[in-house]
Design a protein around this ligand. Structure first.
Ligand SMILES: Nc1nc2c(c(=O)[nH]1)N[C@H]1C(S)=C(S)[C@@H](COP(=O)(O)O)O[C@H]1N2
Ligand SMILES: [Mo]
Length: 518
């Protein structure tokens, strides 16, 4: 075949083109559009010309995440865990490829329809870009330019006799897009905004004034093989958020404002915060989406300035009962005002296990509140605290089917032996973790098959805000066995046997595993 241009059913020498070539033309047009738009978006971000998300791919992903129905979000978290964003990207690219291929084939018969369909898909990207938090009209430029180039590429091949010289410009354009995209990526990493953020994080290791330090009792970690460590390392800590692209914020340009029902609005910056007297605290974070037995829970040492000290500077007014926290990426969560002003360790955290927060976990500053699920308390990349009421405002997840208030339910989990595993007969350590943040764990019991509840040995108590490990040595007889666990919190309340799904306010029930003893 001669290169008769990207479209049309006939080649320049009058032969019928195989449909697969038309499909490829459509895909190339899609690649050109997304490549150019991504390149321009990256350039805009590098020069600081956008406060939103000018890349249509990232914007559609973000808009999709924001509109995901609860069942689909649960499915995604259960199926892909913390790889849910990669799964979304792959899914989007597959859908886009199929649409573009269809557009290419349609071009063989109905040129205006094909071009219209292509423009409509671009329009979806445009709407997404313009509806992202912080978007400005100029954010539309990358998508519009990208779509126009894609349309031009599709339309140019539909001329009756495409001039042969079009071959080279096309090739150059494709190569140029790849080269430009790579350059923009490297540029944004090395010279741009992301680089400033990385540099500011690297520099964020100076000494802090810490009023109270955490000391972890020697016996807090039972070191049973297979049991979750008492302190979860930062790179192993679960990550859940709605951010398709992890926000990379330059600490030096970060500000946190306290607004709303306050006597005076307050704003602090990074340097001011660094000079405050910090508190160090062990706090276990839990996701409301965590299934019974799930791993969306982790424990870390957090260092930060108590939120109550900042709120006291602003002076919350009478009648306020909620603080709407806002993240740099537009996410919000509604936290009971009392949980941020009482004596618990609700922190504006700047360190996680002694390190500056990883970008994935909220650098430069996130909030951590013992006793509440993350979705109503643990705002990452936090930029605003609006003092308000539950009647007037709601956080991101509330209109999406989750409860406005999310106190953590008492839960316990069996880590070893793993469900479905086989263990040799004899002494077997049954071990796991239990949590009831801010109330503490006073007892953990294990039931083997339908036997009596046996008390497990608890690890040393490090904090009522942290999870507690437990272990029970078992003389395992041959056969198939069921192991169940339940915890009792610091108030004497036994963990409920009533099973509930994660939505709307957290899963409940006793974690049960089955093992085969050989
Ligand atoms: N900005 C922002 N903060 C957020 C979220 C989010 O989507 N965006 N998700 C919350 C939820 S649902 C949880 S469970 C915790 C998880 O914190 P981690 O990713 O550091 O473990 O962050 C909370 N803070
Ligand atoms: Mo969560």
């Amino acid at each position: 075949m001669t290169d008769g241009g990207p479209a049309g059913a006939l080649t320049s020498d009058g032969q019928r083109r195989p449909p697969v070539l038309s499909a490829i033309d459509g895909i190339v047009a899609g690649l050109l559009t997304t490549g150019i738009a991504t390149l321009l978006a990256a350039l805009m971000t590098v020069v600081g010309a956008s406060g939103g998300q000018p890349s249509p791919v990232a914007a559609v992903a973000g808009a999709f995440i924001d509109r995901t129905p609860p069942w689909l979000k649960d499915f995604a978290v259960t199926t892909f865990g913390t790889h849910d964003k990669l799964a979304l990207l792959v899914g989007m690219l597959v859908v886009l490829t199929v649409i573009c291929a269809a557009v290419g084939v349609l071009l063989r018969w109905r040129v205006p329809w094909a071009l219209t369909a292509f423009a409509l898909v671009g329009g979806i990207g445009l709407v997404a870009v313009l509806s992202r938090p912080g978007a400005s009209p100029t954010d539309a430029v990358p998508t519009i330019v990208g779509v126009l180039v894609g349309l031009w590429y599709l339309a140019r091949g539909t001329q009756p006799t495409p001039p042969a010289v079009t071959t080279n410009p096309t090739r150059r354009l494709v190569l140029g897009t790849i080269a430009g995209g790579t350059a923009a990526y490297i540029g944004s990493t090395v010279g741009g905004h992301a680089a400033r953020a990385t540099a500011s994080r690297t520099a964020a290791v100076g000494p802090l004034r810490v009023a109270s330090r955490v000391s972890i009792p020697a016996g807090a970690d039972l070191k049973v093989p297979g049991l979750a460590p008492f302190i979860v390392p930062n790179d192993a800590f679960y990550r859940i958020d709605t951010a398709f692209v992890v926000p990379r914020i330059d600490a030096d340009s970060w500000r946190l404002r306290v607004t709303g029902m306050v006597d005076r609005e307050v704003e602090i910056d990074w340097n001011t915060l660094q000079d405050k007297e910090m508190t160090e605290a062990l706090v276990t974070l839990t996701c409301v989406s965590n299934e019974v037995g799930g791993d969306l829970v982790g424990n870390a040492t957090w260092t930060g300035w108590p939120v109550r000290d900042l709120l006291a500077m602003a002076g919350p007014r009478a009648g306020a009962d909620m603080v709407l926290q806002t993240s740099a990426d537009g996410f919000t969560c509604g936290t009971p005002l009392g949980a941020l002003t009482d004596d618990r360790n609700a922190l504006l955290a700047v360190r996680m296990n002694g390190q500056p927060l990883p970008f994935e976990h909220g650098f430069p500053v996130r909030v951590v509140v013992p006793g509440l699920y993350g979705y109503v308390s643990a705002c990452k990349w936090v930029t605003e605290l609006k003092v308000t009421t539950f009647a007037a405002d709601e956080g991101y997840w509330t209109p999406r089917g989750w409860a406005a208030r999310g106190p953590v339910k008492t839960e316990s989990r069996i880590d070893v032996p793993r469900t479905g595993s086989s263990v040799p007969a004899g002494r077997v350590a049954i071990a796991g973790v239990a949590w009831a943040q801010h109330r503490g764990i006073s007892r953990v019991e294990v039931q083997l098959d339908d036997g009596p509840w046996q008390q497990a040995r608890l690890a040393a108590d490090a904090s009522t805000d942290a999870w507690r490990q437990w272990v029970l040595q078992w003389d395992a007889p041959r056969g198939s066995h069921t192991i169940r666990v339940r915890a009792t919190d610091g108030t004497g309340q036994v963990q409920t046997a009533t099973t509930a799904p994660p939505a709307p306010d957290g899963a409940s029930g006793w974690h049960t595993v089955t093992v085969r003893v050989q």
